[in-house]
Design a protein around this ligand. Structure first.
Ligand code: NAG
Ligand code: NAG
Ligand code: NAG
Ligand code: NAG
Ligand code: ZN
Length: 548
């Protein structure tokens, strides 16, 4: 037993040394001196960072980039940190993702008005509009019920969001996602609906057809959707674009409308693309409106993507092109980037895909950091909710995060990553989910891209989880996203930092002397500089006259 352990250790060390020498992965001797030195370094770094944050108090966020890793809970982030480094031959645990270098971290409470464990439409509405709402509802406050449309209630319950407010401030807006562009998180960007699943007209119940438009139509016909400058993702079916027979269909259009054609109508300087090549070759200096649909439904997982020029772009490449287009506006932009397939992978119990999708989003974050300036760009990286993934079983340092933990005999064959529930319960077949589920799983089998990690309770779709999610931020007033807060608070910080929205009166002209308040006023959100000046002069006069 001892010998075995020593041998295993030996092999690990040799493998580690080999990868270090061959791949140049950073190594270190993790002795007592190392931990004291690195602790002190971090302390000095933090002190400097706090001082810098204090100095930059007057900054305003011209640009805002919100990254939402759909379902990217804390365990997903830790596991991805390890996975990503192991892909390069490292041990993994000591790695840092790009957003883990951000100066500020807070924790968001994700519950919805009526649910303890939330969905993505309600949580995205909280983050974008600044109000918590009901489960599966997008863009309507808590007066609107799930699946029940009442025209008079919906009229009152419609909420505006940071996209609307950014457009009022003449900023450019857009989103990119790896899901259908009509999926939950995106529906919260531009739609008002009692049911996030009413993505096409065929999904809206007959009795509500006059009460609410399907999500896809709201994108193309209504504000703020039709003003979006960048729309990239999947979902040809939902928009009524003809696709090959047999392609996965979540819903189709009974009304036979081609909404992409409708989107093109009356627009100049638009570009519609459906391949990586067309997206990457586009001369974006000549494009004002960009739409890209690369798949009938969600985009394929990155590990299964068609990487040829005729295939689907990576999240990084979509983000690149989005930022290229949006950053041409001197007044700035608001961009939402969604790592949407993280969630889809978790629901299927595909931990490998979930980690890889998270790693892909991390690449997009790294790019955004590289091409923006923290003095004028607020970057937030967060999740809408968590998943039931856990990292457990006492694996050794550097153990393959997608492998098994063999520390104690009882856990022989135990996946390091497991789900509290999901389709991985009956691992060998589904003929009897309540019986005979234990089976030896070989490491080879675990290499399968679609290996489903073990789950403790059978359900065909693994569920979301209800613990808080981390919020990483960098840029103007990012320090306000510290501590434990309600998820809807995020929108309030974005508004304050960018000086947009109905509460923008906080960001008064004394804080932003150079800020063009007139423009905001034309959108009806901020009293003009003149009024401030007059009030100030009156106050001064009053002081002079009455002080003696
Ligand atoms: C992509 O768009 C081109 C025209 O822009 C069209 O000819 C082609 O059929 C489209 N491909 C798919 C898969 O829809
Ligand atoms: C991103 O686009 C470039 C072309 O600009 C292409 O060469 C590259 O392969 C793309 N990356 C991925 C991961 O698809
Ligand atoms: C499934 O498991 C239950 C409980 O052990 C058992 O009673 C039943 O016979 C099994 N059915 C099949 C088809 O194996
Ligand atoms: C599937 O499960 C059933 C019941 O647990 C078992 O009898 C059968 O041998 C399994 N089939 C395979 C292919 O493993
Ligand atoms: Zn989900």
């Amino acid at each position: 037993m001892m010998l075995q352990l020593l041998l295993r250790r030996g092999v690990t060390v040799i493998a580690w040394l080999a990868t270090t020498l061959l791949l140049g992965v950073e190594t270190r001797d993790e002795n007592v001196d190392y931990w004291i030195r690195s602790g002190q370094e971090r302390l000095h770094f933090e002190i400097r960072r706090q001082q810098e944050a204090a100095r930059s108090k007057g900054n305003v966020a011209k640009n805002v980039i919100l990254f939402i890793g759909d379902g990217m809970g804390m365990s997903t982030i830790t596991a991805t940190r390890i996975y990503k480094n192991q892909q390069k031959g490292g041990l993994g645990e000591e790695n840092e993702l790009s957003f883990e270098k951000f100066p500020f971290v807070g924790l968001a409470k994700t519950y919805e008005v009526d649910y303890q464990v939330p969905d993505s439409a309600g949580t995205a509405t909280a983050m974008l509009a600044g109000v918590k709402v009901n489960f599966n509802v997008a863009g309507l406050d808590d007066r609107a019920k799930y699946k029940v449309c009442d025209r008079s209630i919906n009229e009152k319950a419609k909420v505006e969001n940071i996209i609307t407010w950014a457009q009022m401030a003449e900023k450019d807006t857009g989103f990119v996602t790896t899901t259908r562009i009509t999926h939950a998180t995106l529906a919260a960007v531009y739609a008002h609906t009692n049911n996030r699943y009413w993505e096409c007209d065929s999904k809206v119940p007959e009795e509500y057809k006059d009460c609410v438009k399907d999500v896809a139509r709201q994108l193309v016909e209504d504000e703020p959707g039709r003003n979006l400058k960048v729309i990239l993702g999947g979902g040809m079916n939902q928009l009524g674009v003809p696709v090959k027979q047999g392609d996965y269909v979540f819903c189709t259009r009974d009304d036979k409308q081609n909404l992409v054609e409708k989107w093109k109508k009356g627009r100049k300087n638009y570009l519609f693309v459906n391949t990586t090549q067309d997206l990457m070759d586009a001369d974006l200096t000549k494009v004002e409106y960009l739409m890209g649909l690369f798949s009938p439904g969600h985009l394929p997982y990155a590990l299964e993507r068609d990487t040829s020029p005729a295939g689907q772009p990576s999240l990084l490449n979509m983000t690149k092109q989005a930022l290229k287009l949006l950053s041409q506006n001197p007044k700035g932009y608001v961009l939402l980037v969604e790592g949407g397939n993280i969630d889809n992978a978790h629901h299927a119990g595909y931990a490998r895909h979930a980690l890889h999708e998270t790693s892909e989003m991390d690449d997009a974050v790294a790019y955004a950091v590289q091409v923006t300036n923290p003095d004028d760009t607020l970057i937030i990286v967060t999740a809408d909710h968590s998943h039931t993934l856990t990292i457990s079983g006492y694996p050794e340092r550097g153990a393959d995060i997608l492998g098994s933990s063999n520390y104690v005999a009882e856990l022989h064959g135990h996946d390091i990553l497991t789900y509290a529930n999901g389709p991985g319960f009956s691992r060998h077949n589904n003929s009897n989910c309540s019986h005979n589920y234990w089976r030896e799983v070989s490491d080879e089998e675990r290499q399968d891209l679609r290996y489903r990690q073990f789950s403790g309770w059978y359900i065909d779709k693994e569920t979301h989880a209800g613990e808080d999610v981390p919020v990483y931020s960098s840029g103007p007033h990012a320090n306000l996203l510290s501590g434990v807060f309600e998820q809807n608070y995020i929108a309030h910080v974005i508004c304050y930092s960018a000086c947009i929205g109905p509460h923008a009166t906080y960001c008064d002209v004394t804080r932003f002397p150079k800020f063009n308040a007139h423009k905001i006023n034309s959108a009806g959100t901020l009293p003009s500089t003149d009024i401030y000046c007059i009030v100030l002069i009156l106050l001064l006069l009053e002081k002079i006259i009455f002080s003696c």
